[in-house]
Design a protein. Sequence first.
Length: 107
Amino acid sequence: MSARSRRSRCPGPWPPDTRSGRTTHAAADTAAGTTGKTPFELLGAALDGLVEAGLLPEDRRPGAEFLAWSAVHGLAALLVDGPLRDLHPTQAHDAGQHVIDMIERGI
């Protein structure tokens, strides 16, 4: 099954709108840092910058922040509370780099 057909089975539009509904916390003012943007919004802006620089095809941009955020937070959960919590810091760093590499190849 293609990625396009998998997405078409999702209830609602893809990507979700972070300004309404159940994802409002991703853009909540209370989560904003000194830039006035939340970490999630900073990630979105960085991805937009990659499109503008010609490093990320525009058709692969929609929703990319959800995919990257999920991968990073999944690893974080494994490192903090999961089976990877006893990794040596160097191993944890290497795991993080592998996740970032995977995200770059995937988007």
